[in-house]
Design a protein around this ligand. Structure first.
Ligand SMILES: C[S@@+](CC[C@H](N)C(=O)[O-])C[C@H]1O[C@@H](n2cnc3c(N)ncnc32)[C@H](O)[C@@H]1O
Length: 200
């Protein structure tokens, strides 16, 4: 079972487990982002995505249950000279703000089904009208590949799960398929993902 302590242990040490550069899908959506937008990077770990959003001029917040990961996120932000708010919280229990964010980045966050349902509903609530949800996660086709992702099949995402959990949002892009990951030591090689751009 995944726990905050297990993630703290993974993040202990100097290396960035998923690299310091953002997940590649995020910059591919740069044309939708504007300085001053309020962004939330959920399950942001060591902060590579929240820091990239801050570097684009967005007011970025990273939330994760690993205090160790978020300490590295703050150090990364400081290195780039950008502001990053960090919140240490369990996504299934966090008191999510309402209608606060213009962008939510949900990158490789794989929760047990009950927690996922809670966090997804809260993410929809936390989006401001017109706000965007940008998601990339592993699908069941990733099973057996060594390029990352949870071992527990129940945690994997799919196009159908995106449609179910975010039924209230407009689909701008929704694709399931094969990509090449080159993200630190933990995400390397051919991988099976779902990518979504959804609008409130
Ligand atoms: C695969 S890592 C991805 C980290 C980051 N999104 C990235 O792409 O670099 C998954 C992250 O989700 C966080 N996480 C998992 N379950 C969580 C929960 N219930 N509440 C908050 N964070 C959680 C972990 O601590 C970890 O940082």
């Amino acid at each position: 079972m995944s726990t905050s302590l297990a993630w703290d242990e993974r993040y202990a040490g100097g290396d960035f487990q998923f690299g310091e550069a953002p997940n590649l899908f995020l910059p591919s959506q740069a044309h939708r982002l504007k300085p001053g937008m309020r962004a939330l990077a959920v399950g942001d770990g060591e902060g590579r995505n929240g820091v990239w959003l801050a570097r684009q001029g967005l007011a970025a917040t990273s939330v994760d249950w690993s205090a160790v990961g978020l300490a590295k996120a703050r150090a990364l932000a400081q290195r780039y000279g950008v502001m990053l708010e960090t919140v240490t919280a369990d996504l299934s229990r966090w008191d999510w703000p309402e209608a606060r964010f213009d962008v939510i980045a949900w990158i490789f966050v794989h929760l047990p089904p009950e927690d996922r349902a809670i966090a997804c509903a809260q993410a929809v609530r936390a989006l401001a009208p017109g706000g965007l949800l940008l998601l990339e996660c592993f699908t069941p086709a990733q099973e057996g590949r060594r390029s990352g992702g949870p071992k527990d099949r129940a945690l994997l995402w799919s196009r159908a799960l995106v449609e179910r959990h975010f039924a209230g949002l407009e689909v701008l892009e929704l694709l399931e398929g094969t990509v090449m990951l080159d993200e630190g030591p933990r995400h390397q090689g051919v991988a099976e993902v779902v990518r979504a751009v959804l609008k409130k």
